[in-house]
Design a protein around this ligand. Structure first.
Ligand code: SAM
Length: 190
């Protein structure tokens, strides 16, 4: 298949948005796969801020980054991403180049701990305040579970209403596949 699948497309956007030395955010650390990818992109002089509400996710992510010798590029916050404006130091406000949200629940873990539309939207609003122009927010939306469908609808409604003078908003989705595969909403600050 020539078309990018969903996760490779997300990675391509991250590669475009994150130059060496950049500041980036993993808003949902989970097992740290995205944090590792971003930590490689920002390079030795860059910085990653990672968030998760589960201790297990912080531990797994830290271990993954430590194994690759990259944990020193990441600050791990055991906190919701809705607190990012106050937790990311002032010196990096206005300097964030990209953020990724892998929404839903952590595979193999407690399925009752899921991302929620109000907190996800709050985090997006805060990011739009502290990003560079042309900074990109990537939402990978998993809508196969009940709460995921609710979150999808709330996010699409919110994102469609973002002033086009403030951001470009893209949906990247295969629309003829079964079982509600994930799709991407990308928001580029203007
Ligand atoms: N990107 C991860 C990876 O590479 O393994 C997968 C992320 S998983 C689909 C979603 C994660 O979001 C879970 O680990 C969950 O604990 C976390 N989460 C739920 N609500 C959150 C919130 N308000 N802020 C930050 N993380 C949250």
């Amino acid at each position: 298949m020539k078309l990018d699948r969903i996760l490779p497309f997300a990675k391509k956007l991250l590669e475009k948005a994150i130059p060496s030395g950049a500041v980036a955010v993993d808003a949902t650390l989970g097992n740290g796969h995205d944090a590792l990818f971003i930590a490689e992109l920002v390079g030795p002089s860059g910085k990653v801020y990672g968030f998760d509400v589960q201790e297990e996710a912080i531990r797994n992510s830290r271990e993954r980054l430590e194994k690759q010798g990259l944990a020193n590029r990441v600050t791990f916050f055991h906190a919701g991403h809705e607190q990012l404006y106050k937790l990311i130091p002032d010196e990096h406000h206005g300097k964030v180049s990209a953020a990724i949200f892998n929404l839903g629940y952590l595979p193999g873990s407690d399925k009752s701990i899921v991302t929620k539309p109000e907190t996800t939207i709050s985090a997006i609003q805060q990011l739009l305040e502290i990003m560079v122009p042309e900074g990109i927010i990537i939402l990978v939306i998993y809508h196969g579970h009940d709460e995921g469908a609710v979150e999808r609808d709330a996010l699409l409604t919110y994102c469609q209403e973002i002033d086009q003078k403030k951001a470009h908003v893209l949906v990247y989705q295969f629309i003829n596949q079964q079982n509600n595969p994930p799709f991407i909403v990308a928001i580029e600050k203007r």
